[in-house]
Design a protein around this ligand. Sequence first.
Ligand code: GDP
Length: 246
Amino acid sequence: MSSSPRVSNSSPQAAPATPPVVTPMGWMHTARFLTTAAQLHHLPAMDTPEIAFVGRSNAGKSTCINTLTQQKQLAFASKKPGRTQHINLFALGKQGITDAVLADLPGYGYAAVAKMDKLRWQQVMANYLVSRENLMGIVMMCDPRHGLTELDDILLEVIRPRVEQGLKFLIILTKADKLTRAEQAKALSIARLQAGGGEVRLFSALKKQGVDEVAQLLWDWTHPKEGVPVPAPAKPPEDEPEALDE
Ligand code: GDP
């Protein structure tokens, strides 16, 4: 006599079919290199939400990206000879499914770059910030000991129309371990005034300060709750945007 086959999912011990819990930090750690491009039209058109990291050279951008993604060499790929003036894209998402893209833009204001190269590059970058359609947020790295520089201010002007249309914006005050508590509080309040309604966070790669908060914010940006409208798509610029020059 044959017994009836077991139906495995009727067992009380069967594992529930819920997806694994994804934490913002775990999500950041899935970062993987996607592509690199010297010109805007070489970037793949994508409909995945993209967040750009910008900042003056030496502001701590590479260290911040590597700390957030917990991958020592990821953003330093952007510092390899030949790639310093490229836009480098990194994919984020569990199980190989990309649900957000990080764009590492070259540091600006580096003195040892030939003037013509600088101008050409700044135009590429300004075009990217104004016209990249899936760009939904910008993270600006700033060393609070120097504050926002003139180049940072020009960049803020370039992106202002998109921020007014709903583009997310965050200023990360890097190297916070170099400041006293009072200096941190002062830097925060100054940057909040300059961020024009955007977010500001203190960050230290050395002390791991601000890491969870920034990961959570980027997660929230790219995984909006249902019913929250996503920012309007970019309109192509009517005029060439102003170059970021010193
Ligand atoms: P980038 O040019 O903006 O990519 O800057 P880097 O990430 O290369 O950092 C510039 C310098 O600042 C390096 O010497 C880093 O070690 C240092 N740095 C970056 N982040 C921190 C930080 O959180 N604390 C301290 N004390 N130094 C940092």
